[in-house]
Design a binder for this molecule. Structure first.
Ligand code: SF4
Ligand code: SF4
Length: 178
């Protein structure tokens, strides 16, 4: 067994077909959450060259996930992602890991039934290029190493700043580059 463990019995051990058709459905039209890891937050701030507090107030919302508070990108009134524009994702080079690794999430490739169910929402699934097992494992690994920020309830609310979120030891989320 390697460092990452054996996954040879997964239904996707021979790879899965996926090619984004650029329909933008996963970025638009319906309410949703794009949760950020610390690394995502750092990359977006650098990419947009914005001050942390300005980025926070303009692009982030707090979401109660039951065990703490996570940070999601805001949406436009029509439920498009705040970063979607007519040409597509305006922060594409710095898009969050949640976006970058879709649809190779544990929850989607947990079994073949879930994978096929997801294909009803995403026309890129089961078409085009074969993603091999190691690149699927890489997506899973990157998500595990960069989990969404989770702020303890007692820290949420007033007073959250760059230090408390990105540097604070009380905020759960690692920030490992990929
Ligand atoms: S729904 Fe699927 S095909 Fe459409 S943009 Fe998203 S990933 Fe690409
Ligand atoms: S950040 Fe970009 S890729 Fe992610 S949901 Fe928003 S527009 Fe889509």
């Amino acid at each position: 067994m390697g460092l990452r463990g054996s996954m040879s019995k997964e239904f996707w051990h021979s790879g899965l077909r996926f090619s984004c058709q650029q329909c933008s459905d996963c970025c638009r039209h319906a309410p949703g959450f794009v949760f950020l890891s610390k690394l995502d937050l750092k990359k977006l701030i650098l990419f947009l060259k914005l001050d942390f507090s300005l980025f926070y107030s303009k692009y982030l919302k707090q979401v109660d996930i039951g065990t703490g508070i996570s940070l999601s990108l805001t949406e436009k009134p029509n439920h498009d992602c705040i970063f979607w524009e007519a040409g597509g994702c305006t922060v594409y080079p710095a898009r969050p890991i949640q976006c970058n690794t879709y649809p190779f999430w544990e929850s989607i490739i947990e079994n073949e039934e879930k994978w096929k169910a997801e294909a009803t929402d995403c026309p890129g699934i089961e078409t085009g290029l074969l993603k091999d097992r190691s690149s699927i494992e890489d997506s899973l690994w990157r998500r595990r190493r960069n989990k969404p920020i989770e702020i303890p309830y007692e820290m949420a609310g007033e007073g959250l700043d760059e230090d408390s979120i990105l540097g604070g030891s009380g905020v759960n989320s690692n920030a490992n580059d990929t």
